[in-house]
Design a protein around this ligand. Structure first.
Ligand SMILES: Nc1ncnc2c1ncn2[C@@H]1O[C@H](COP(=O)(O)OP(=O)(O)O)[C@@H](O)[C@H]1O
Ligand SMILES: [Mg+2]
Length: 360
């Protein structure tokens, strides 16, 4: 199907594209019967021939429609056009992605991040309760809209509503959807992927989303991801090693307890991570309000855990060449994974503004 303005998809008339990606495109449209603005997601022609891509597309619709949360979009309709293009019609979210927001306004304040985490806990708590693992929590998959009828910058943390979108690679842990991902297949956005997800582990669970939320919070507060590399291989190595610059070293005005919070959010061993996104959000609130003198114990804890991480990193560094080389060479590294030869990019060009009062 040639997608163009005026085209009718289901009951919607396409107006203009919002995004054109590898897997498909998303259009702003008007729903004729409902008379409201909607977003229409279409699977790209190249992927229509693949039954698993089509199945995954419909699975996204079914997953989203079962999650009951104001922080997940509303599914209006889904189906296949007469010429065989799968489509999904969602309520239009009139806002910007978190990635765009950071690009335009720079880092978020601690209070804004606390609000974001609370809202993500709503979306992911509802998803996880159903056994759904999102597997692609990134700033590009979070849309911020305005509440209180205000427009313009979401300057006040209470003035934005966050919606988690793109359940395109979500996995239903207790259903047959796992079969859509072959063992060893790596799906996701590399910068935000947990070590176990990078490995293509079949038993990836809710804790991979907890890791990704940790990376999102780090990017929001510091303006850069905790793990990076010039090449995909270097990025994998950084993630496996698990060591990262404490957020307070990059932004001195942050409460020191935030460092211990990140240690837990981004623990390489997943059973050392927070037990839920709600627990993570509550702990962040606490860390955000804790005075710096209270953080001695947390810092000691970090030092205690620091040694094994360093030793493990040396071992991983020696042995991982082979594992990562295999991963890089894997033709099944898909979705937003970057070319192995180039530095991974999530498209977030982060503007870092000097910020004296990070606690807001
Ligand atoms: N319901 C929506 N309302 C407004 N914009 C949307 C909506 N859904 C998606 N988009 C836009 O389209 C982009 C891609 O959508 P997404 O579901 O993330 O698909 P992809 O699998 O291509 O990443 C988003 O980053 C956002 O800019
Ligand atoms: Mg997306």
């Amino acid at each position: 199907m040639t997608v163009a303005p005026g085209q009718v998809v289901g009951d919607a008339v396409l107006i203009h594209p919002l995004q054109d990606g590898g897997m498909g495109s998303v259009w702003m449209a008007t729903h004729r019967r409902l008379g409201r603005a909607v977003a229409v997601k279409l699977l790209a022609k190249d992927h229509v021939t693949s039954p698993s891509a089509t199945e995954r597309f419909f699975l996204e619709a079914r997953i989203i429609s079962q999650i009951s949360s104001p922080h997940v979009p509303e599914v209006i309709e889904y189906g296949v056009t007469p010429d065989g293009t799968p489509f999904l019609i969602l309520a239009l979210l009139d806002g910007v992605t978190l990635a765009q927001w950071i690009e335009q306004h720079g880092r978020l304040t601690v209070r804004q991040v606390a609000s974001l985490l609370d809202q993500l806990a709503g979306a992911l708590g509802a998803a996880h309760a159903l056994g759904v693992v999102h597997r692609d929590v990134t700033p590009s998959n979070i849309i911020l809209t305005h509440t209180r009828g205000t427009r313009g910058a979401c300057a006040d943390e209470a003035a934005f509503h966050a919606t988690l979108i793109d359940f395109g690679i979500a996995k239903w842990r207790h259903a047959g959807s796992a079969a859509l991902t072959r063992p060893g297949t790596t799906l996701g956005t590399p910068d935000y992927m947990s070590p176990e997800q990078l490995e293509g582990s079949v038993d990836v669970d809710e804790r991979t989303d907890i890791w990704s939320v940790g990376v999102v919070a780090y990017v929001c507060l510091t303006g850069r991801p905790p793990f990076s590399g010039e090449t995909f291989r270097e990025l994998c190595l950084a993630i496996y090693c698990g060591t990262f610059t404490p957020a307070t070293a990059l932004r001195g005005a942050l409460p020191q307890a935030i460092d211990a919070w990140f240690e837990e959010a981004l623990a390489s061993e997943r059973n050392r991570r927070f037990g839920s996104v709600a627990a993570m959000s509550k702990a962040f609130e606490l860390a955000a309000t804790r005075k710096n003198r209270d953080t001695g114990r947390a810092l000691q804890r970090r030092r205690r855990h620091g040694w094994p991480a360093t030793i493990a990193c040396a071992a991983v560094g020696a042995g991982l060449g082979i594992a990562v080389a295999g991963l890089v060479a894997s033709p099944t590294t898909t979705h937003a994974a970057s070319s192995p030869e180039t530095a991974p990019s999530n498209g977030v060009a982060v503007a870092v503004a000097p910020d004296a009062d990070a606690s807001r």
